[in-house]
Write a protein that binds this ligand. Structure first.
Ligand code: G4P
Length: 530
């Protein structure tokens, strides 16, 4: 096999998603330890003051002790080249999280065994389901008191409408956590509570049919309970079907404890086996095969201020086909121009490395002098393709924002436009009012703070924000409809986005239904395609 093909075949690109505190950072860290990419726990994110969050770039993030922006980490393991897309772990996450999932080929969903599914997991799952990407479930914190494992998998199946296949099964939890039973290998992996820490775990393996040995390791009562549960599981659970896993219809479930490094390595090994290398992707002109030999990528994230000293802006691209080579001229399709991507880099937490080459599946960050927008295609000049746009998700919080000092008008307009172009906020206008009356929409309220902070620090503009009571937004799909003729409630507002598309913002679901009832033929959509 050619090197080119081999390189793409060994790539795995996935995102880790979870509700805050479920253990996403801890699991990421353990995965990086296996890959030798870091050598100490706490390198990814630390809450203690002396451990600065290395994936946090902005000052604001440091102040709040949270990670707002997503980062990408690459490491090697057993011949695989793994790209982990980190998604913001805070409750007030932005659209960034959604977009990051567009760049991933699969997702790992971390669930706290004591809590089960939480609101943010639910939101993120929806996006994964929309793309039909494989979802792996890691049920974490078994070293603590946990909910009944049958309940947990039942919840995943019912809430998400997918099948589950427990790859392993926990033996007790909390103080009585004895380990897990590996269903495929039909052996147990015993938990040693003393083995907290970062070194590889020397687990004891034991055949489940070896009653005597099992009793010695986990005790007779636990063995009996395990055998009963396994029998129940074999009878009741879905059959394993790799095609269903790859279609995102069956989620393999792993029980473990990221903090004590228990169950992480087997999880990684199964995960790598079950996932595929990058798959073909859709463009407006048809499907592009990653092995096609020509470079193509799309921009899924734009990040300003990665380095305060340089006031730089990076555009992150997911390579979908071929091989990227530094110094070669590629086409920026939306601008209709050829360009050489300057300072192409890959990231490992805070360290950036200039890359000479990268392959389908990889993520590269390139210096962006303000030319890229989210969803843009960059490819070999002869390819003539355009990746399908990244959907714009419906913001859930709205506010009007105006500058305090009217002399700062120019900076205000520039700042608002640039921040919107990066996709950190969405801006809407009252028809005919231009930038006079700007309505800002965000997915998470924290983005308002980020906006205010950045306008002040980067553009020198102080603003006044007035929160609005709107909660829902819908794009009007009917192209020839004049929204001023619509029959809508007085608290529903007609606005336009930066492309001039018409939208309605509503204060309640009830008002949406009202608008649909009173205006037969009106078509509303929850997100807009770029
Ligand atoms: P997140 O990125 O999903 O937000 O979660 P994170 O990994 O930061 O974990 C949240 C808290 O849960 C951390 O404790 C972490 O140590 C703990 N944790 C993660 N995995 C496990 C596990 O398997 N077992 C147990 N018992 N705890 C786990 P913290 O006290 O909030 O933070 P820290 O001071 O330890 O960083």
């Amino acid at each position: 096999m050619e090197t080119f093909e081999k390189e793409i075949k060994r790539r795995r690109t996935f995102a880790i998603i979870s509700h805050p505190d479920a253990g996403k950072t801890t699991l990421t860290e353990k995965l990086l330890l296996y890959g030798g990419a870091i050598n100490q726990a706490g390198a990814v994110k630390g809450k203690a003051a002396d451990r600065h969050a290395v994936s946090d770039w902005m000052e604001l993030e440091k102040q709040r002790g949270i990670s707002i922006t997503s980062s990408v980490m690459q490491f090697q393991y057993n011949g695989y080249c793994i790209n982990i897309l980190d998604t913001p772990g805070h409750q007030d996450f932005s659209e960034d999280t959604y977009r990051t999932l567009m760049a991933a080929d699969s997702a790992v969903m971390v669930i706290d065994a004591a809590k089960g599914i939480e609101p943010q997991t639910r939101k993120l799952f929806k996006v994964c389901a929309m793309r039909g990407i494989p979802i792996f479930t890691f049920i974490n914190k078994l070293d603590r008191e946990a909910r009944d494992p049958f309940d947990l998998i039942d919840e995943v199946e019912k809430e998400f409408g997918i099948g589950t296949y427990p790859m392993n099964w926990p033996i007790g939890c909390g103080k009585d956590f004895k380990g897990v039973y590996d269903r495929e290998k039909q052996c147990i992996l015993a938990f040693n509570a003393k083995n907290r820490g970062q070194s590889k775990l020397d687990s004891i393996r034991c055949d489940i049919n070896d009653t005597e040995a099992m009793d010695k390791i986990i005790g007779e009562a636990s063995r009996e309970e395990l055998c009963e549960q396994v029998e129940l599981l074999d009878g009741a659970s879905f059959d394993f079907d790799i095609e269903a896993v790859r279609a995102g219809k069956l989620s393999p479930v792993f029980f473990g404890s990221a903090l004590t490094n228990f169950g992480v390595e087997p999880f990684l090994e199964y995960f790598l086996e079950m996932t595929t290398s990058p798959l073909p992707r859709k463009t407006e002109e048809g499907i592009v095969d990653p092995f096609c030999g020509e470079f193509s990528a799309f921009v899924f994230k734009i990040q300003a201020n990665m380095n305060k000293a340089h006031r730089d802006r990076l555009a992150f691209m997911r390579i979908c086909s071929g091989k990227f080579e530094r110094g070669i001229e590629y086409r920026h399709v939306q601008a209709g121009k050829n360009l050489k991507l300057s300072q192409p880099q890959q990231l490992m937490a805070h360290e950036r490395e200039i890359v000479e080459e990268a392959y389908a599946g990889d993520i590269i960050g390139v210096f962006d002098p303000g030319i890229f927008s989210i969803g843009d295609t960059v490819c070999a000049p002869k390819m003539k393709i355009r990746y399908e746009g990244i959907p714009t998700f419906a913001p859930e919080h709205f506010a009007t924002v105006e500058q305090l000092d009217s002399m700062k008008r120019k900076q205000f307009v520039k700042g608002m436009n640039q921040i919107a172009q990066e996709g950190a906020i969405q801006i809407f206008f009252e028809p005919g009012s231009g930038m006079e009356r700007v309505v800002v929409g965000v997915v998470g309220v924290l983005q308002f703070e980020v906006l205010e902070y950045r306008l002040k620090n980067e553009y020198g503009v102080d603003v006044r924000r007035s929160n609005l009571s709107y909660e829902h937004i819908r794009w009007i799909e009917n192209e020839n409809l004049n929204p001023s003729t619509l029959n809508i409630t007085s608290d529903t507002k007609w606005v336009q986005d930066f492309r001039g598309k018409n939208l309605l913002i509503f204060t309640s679901e009830w008002n949406i239904r009202w608008a649909l009832e009173k205006n037969p033929g009106l078509e509303l959509s929850e997100f807009s395609k770029n």
